[in-house]
Design a protein around this ligand. Structure first.
Ligand code: G3H
Ligand code: ZN
Length: 287
């Protein structure tokens, strides 16, 4: 069954590792992430953006698919189904649909409205056994239509939002969605340390996990990051493996055009990327 992310992230914070959030985009993605987590005995968070939810015909479909797959694949590790970068309406819809965790991205509202909406959603989430993530500052770049300028979060604002009872916090520290530009200045560890201390060591979330160097990942974990989100890197590995399959003409050999064969190389590539990240984040064997 699905669990909220609260306990797994507190365990990760105290154990000085991070749990991966891997965004899912379809059945094959979901199966690849779940099977890899089970093989590595790692807790896992399945992230669903508003756009991916729509693409998969709605949050109710996603929740039903994930719950059924956890059962039919005999998944025993803790799995959280989490709305990623949720709107106020999307967050309420996911509580209704049977998700086990939500993110409310209120960073584009004036702080007072962000506080009012976050307070309401904290009460709704906790009354239904869900965990809730909030965001302060913003994550740079673009993710499924969510665009951010990449402002570094203010520790005082982080403390204010944390005091509303959220379970974990995404604080902008120079991280960017998508592929990092060559001139990227790196993560702002000074800001991260201040935020970690200003928020009473609440589990912190690092968005934009694609392509961040291993040493920065480990330093971020040492300063309180307990959840790391990855999407683009899985999409790039899926696309590269699928392109290779077609460029080698395998789709034209025998029944190579069968979608179950056509999607297989990309699905295996997702598994490899998820495995690499779980090993880097230190969550292997922590289920
Ligand atoms: O919200 C999702 C994550 O922040 C994904 O970021 O696509 O840069 O790995 P990424
Ligand atoms: Zn994100």
């Amino acid at each position: 069954m699905l669990v909220s992310a609260t306990e797994m992230l507190k365990k990760a914070r105290d154990g000085h590792y991070a749990v991966g959030q891997f965004n899912i985009n379809n059945l094959e993605w979901t199966k690849a992430v779940l099977l890899t987590a089970e093989e590595l005995k790692s807790p896992v968070i399945l992230g669903v953006s508003e756009g991916a939810g729509k693409y998969m015909t709605g949050f109710k479909t996603v929740a039903a698919m994930v719950k059924a797959m956890v059962e039919t694949l005999n998944i025993t590790v803790p799995v959280a189904l989490h709305l990623d970068h949720g709107t106020y309406e999307g967050a309420k819809a996911c509580v209704e649909a049977g998700f086990s965790s939500i993110m409310f991205d209120g960073s584009h509202y004036p702080i007072e409205e962000n506080i009012a909406k976050t307070t309401e959603l904290v009460a709704l989430a906790h009354a239904n056994g869900l965990s809730i993530e909030a965001e302060v500052g913003s994550i740079g770049g673009e993710e499924d239509g969510v665009i951010g300028a990449g402002e570094v979060a203010d520790p005082e604002e982080c403390a204010k939002i944390t005091s509303l009872g959220i379970d974990f916090l995404a604080a902008g520290i120079g991280n960017i969605h998508g592929v990092y530009p060559a001139n990227w200045k790196g993560l702002d560890f000074e800001a991260l340390d201040k935020i970690h201390n200003a928020t009473d060591h609440i589990p912190l979330v690092l968005h934009g996990g694609t392509g961040i160097p291993a040493d920065m990942i480990k330093k971020a974990i040492s300063l309180g990051v307990s959840k790391i989100n990855v999407n683009t890197e899985c999409q790039l590995s899926f696309a590269a493996a699928t392109r290779k399959y077609i460029e080698e003409g395998k789709d034209q050999q025998g029944k190579g055009f069968d979608p179950r064969k056509l999607l297989a190389p990309g699905t295996e590539a997702i598994k490899a990327t998820v495995k690499e990240k779980m090993e880097l984040f230190g969550s292997v064997g922590k289920a």
